[in-house]
Design a protein around this ligand. Structure first.
Ligand code: MF3
Ligand code: CO
Ligand code: CO
Length: 265
């Protein structure tokens, strides 16, 4: 049985703030993402901003023992990259930064790719297709549809573009907990079929897409996940509120061209 929490008005207000703060961290960090900065330095800038400016809590820090405040996943790292002093950003890298924060008891969670300097054509295409697969799924959300429509639309778009979907990680309900029901799978599946979207549901959609095969493995630090074939991987994530006739993107960022409030009928 599913236990999906429908958020009340006052909770939605709090989630709007947490979502906005998570998004603001990504807006803030963009100018620092240049060749020669270490992922440790990026982490520290985000940590200080979340704690001192936002008066919020970095949700990843200490989560199931994760040692840093944000995840930084570069090139063939699929997700959960751990910032460290020896990892240096370089020209041509594609870098995912995943930020989750807690403000006033509520979580916000978002990630995007940053393209560093001259990025090759395939990597640009990979990032573009990944972001569009997320956007396309946002454009079908409204109360009354089956949750499985989200995964279906992502799968159709990604496969048309000959990239592959990582199946081991999924989106999630979010609120007073970091990860709650339902799991949001990024491909067509039976599990999400009987779940009908309702106004007031809040969840993340966070497709991870590989340029090569979908196969991944977890490295011996027990966090960093990589592609088996060393192909590059991209991910975009938004926290989204379901409305009667569409959805509201709670983690929209400055650079984005999509509308914050989508009306989909
Ligand atoms: N932010 C990730 C998500 O989108 C979770 C990261 S967990 C961590 O759900 F421990 F690696 F930080
Ligand atoms: Co998430
Ligand atoms: Co995240």
């Amino acid at each position: 049985m599913q236990n999906i929490i429908i958020k009340k008005k006052h909770e939605i207000q709090k989630m709007r703030l947490s979502g906005k703060l998570a998004a603001n961290v990504l807006d803030m960090i963009e100018k620092y993402l240049q060749p020669l900065i270490s992922t440790e330095e990026i982490n520290n800038i985000c940590y200080n901003y979340i704690i001192n400016t936002q008066k919020a809590i970095p949700a990843c820090l200490g989560y199931k023992g994760f040692p840093k405040s944000i995840c930084i996943s570069i090139n063939d790292v699929v997700c959960h990259g751990i910032p460290n002093k020896t990892e240096i950003i370089k020209n041509g890298d594609i870098v995912n930064i995943d930020v989750a924060i807690i403000k006033d008891g509520y979580y916000g969670d978002t990630s995007r790719m940053f393209l560093i300097g001259n990025v090759d054509y395939m990597s640009k295409k990979l990032c573009n297709v990944t972001q569009n697969s997320l956007y396309q799924s946002l454009r079908i959300i409204q109360s009354g549809i089956s949750l499985s429509e989200i995964g279906k639309s992502i799968q159709k778009y990604v496969e048309k573009n000959n990239f592959s979907i990582v199946k081991e990680y999924c989106g999630h309900g979010i609120g007073k907990s970091f990860h709650e029901e339902p799991h949001i799978l990024h491909y067509d599946n039976k599990y999400n079929k009987n779940i009908i979207l309702q106004e007031g549901m809040i969840f993340t959609i966070e497709p991870i897409i590989n340029a090569g095969s979908a196969e991944v493995y977890c490295t011996n630090d027990h966090w960093t996940v990589k592609t088996k074939d060393k192909s590059r991987s991209a991910q975009y994530e938004h926290t989204v509120l379901v409305t009667k006739s569409g959805c509201e993107i709670l983690t929209i960022q400055k650079y984005e061209k999509i509308e914050k409030i989508l009306i989909n009928n």
